[in-house]
Design a binder for this molecule. Structure first.
Ligand SMILES: [Zn+2]
Length: 215
């Protein structure tokens, strides 16, 4: 189905979570986090939920959503409900990943090299405060219905010639097909996931750690 390809594919979200967190969590916890992360891209999560995917310049809503899910993670652990905590943290990581795939953060970071060969993707700083507050930071607008036809490969070039440059279709870094910038989006998302993990677990009691990490 066409809409399935308007998103960072399941396999990349799973890979980011695994690369960032496999050493921290039990396989069962990691799997629950990955499942909740991917569930954000379900059909009903695609419409009216800019905050899940940082679409349409919904930065404030997306940052608020991350904090809401962090609060829920902590509250669930205090209620001895590890599964709800994993699901909330999985939803949190989805928004954190999509920030790099759907905004021009990577472009802004690369533009600092001004035509010279940029540093390797592993060198990217995912939370550079100058870039996070950059006046030109923006995310892709989803122009329905035209956006949907972008994902039918034979129509892609046709659609791109009509759809504005500030669209999700032009801006997304959802898969390796988008070129070398995809690797930067992946590395930024891996680092950001670790940062969100540290931020979320800061101040956890021993019991909360045991419950959350499940080992
Ligand atoms: Zn998404």
């Amino acid at each position: 189905m066409a809409y399935n390809q308007t998103i960072m594919l399941t396999q990349y979200h799973v890979q980011i979570i695994s690369d960032a967190l496999a050493d921290c969590f039990s396989p069962r916890a990691l799997s629950a986090i990955a499942t909740a992360n991917n569930h954000q891209d379900r059909l009903s999560g695609q419409f009216g939920h800019n905050e899940y995917h940082v679409d349409n310049n919904a930065f404030k809503q997306s940052y608020d959503y991350i904090e809401e899910q962090r609060t829920l993670t902590v509250a669930s652990l205090k209620a001895n409900d590890a599964e709800s905590a994993w699901f909330a943290f999985g939803r949190l990581t989805h928004t954190a990943h999509d920030f790099y795939a759907h905004s021009n953060y990577i472009d802004l970071w690369l533009s600092r090299f001004d035509g010279a060969t940029p540093s390797a993707p592993t060198e990217i700083d995912p939370v550079d405060s100058t870039l996070l507050n950059h006046p030109n930071l923006h995310s892709g607008k989803v122009y329905y219905p035209l956006e949907l036809f972008y994902f039918i490969k034979p129509l892609r070039r046709f659609v791109l010639s009509y759809i504005p440059r500030d669209s999700h279709a032009w801006m997304n870094l959802d898969s390796p097909e988008q070129g070398f910038k995809f690797d930067y989006a992946m590395q930024a998302a891996i680092k950001r996931t670790k940062i969100e993990f540290d931020k979320t677990t800061l101040g956890f009691s021993e019991e909360m750690c045991r419950l959350f990490l499940d080992k």
